[in-house]
Design a binder for this molecule. Structure first.
Ligand SMILES: N[C@@H](CCC(=O)N[C@@H](CS)C(=O)NCC(=O)O)C(=O)O
Length: 213
């Protein structure tokens, strides 16, 4: 196994599915978390001025999706079958689309944020998550996104649900994803895994009440 260092803020964010892939496969890595004030030193040392990065035997690699697929391959959490891999990728890319919508407004104008989040709740969640729920009926088993084995797609779904349910997204009801049974079954299966239970005892998911008006 190469030496592996994952660098990210001390947050779940884009690094968390990668951390869960390492955790569930017992692959040793350095979980290199930095604080917000350290970002100005870290940023210029990354390939694109963004994180996460994964340093593999001293070579720094970027892009969370690429890193997750790589770790998925090391961890046997990414299918070797081409069509199953395509399905995993479809799930991952759909959630990238959703995340792009989630973070589409980053300014400080409350009315603009409210409008962006209203679009997220009224249009983008039904569009992407509603459609994904239907796709999963043919892609996977009762509690797996693709086939009957855990893949990185399950980890991305789980982290997406956690982001909504923890209440960090203002103007997004924490129960907005409750109506999607397959998504919730996948989330539950991952969150009930004993290693994941221990992980979130160590790194508790802070619950907060999102601003709604
Ligand atoms: N496409 C990139 C996006 C990375 C990205 O935007 N990362 C954020 C943190 S989640 C970041 O580094 N933001 C700080 C900045 O851009 O200055 C990926 O998926 O890794």
């Amino acid at each position: 196994m190469p030496s592996l260092k994952l660098t990210y803020f001390d947050l779940r964010g884009r690094a968390e599915p990668i951390r869960l892939a390492f955790l569930l496969s017992d692959i040793e890595y350095e979980d290199d978390r930095f604080s917000f004030p350290q970002w100005k030193e870290v940023k210029p040392k990354t390939p694109y001025g963004s994180v996460p990065t994964l340093t593999v035997d001293g070579e720094q690699m970027a892009q969370s999706g690429a890193i997750l697929r790589y770790v998925g391959k090391l961890a046997a959490l990414y299918p070797s079958d081409a069509i199953a891999a395509l399905k995993v990728d479809e799930v991952m890319e759909t959630l990238v689309d959703l995340n792009n919508s989630t973070y589409s407004y980053r300014g400080s104008d409350t009315e603009q944020l409210k409008a962006a989040r209203k679009k997220l709740v009224d249009e983008d969640i039904p569009r992407y998550v509603g459609a994904l729920e239907k796709r999963l009926e043919t892609f996977g088993g009762a509690s797996h996104a693709v086939g009957n084995e855990l893949t990185v797609a399950d980890l991305v779904i789980t982290c997406t649900v956690n982001s909504v349910q923890c209440g960090i997204l203002d103007y997004v009801p924490v129960d907005v994803l409750d109506q999607y049974p397959r998504i919730n079954a996948i989330h539950k299966a991952v969150m009930d895994n004993p290693k994941v239970v221990e992980w979130y005892k160590k790194y508790p998911i802070k619950k907060q009440t999102p601003k709604m008006d």
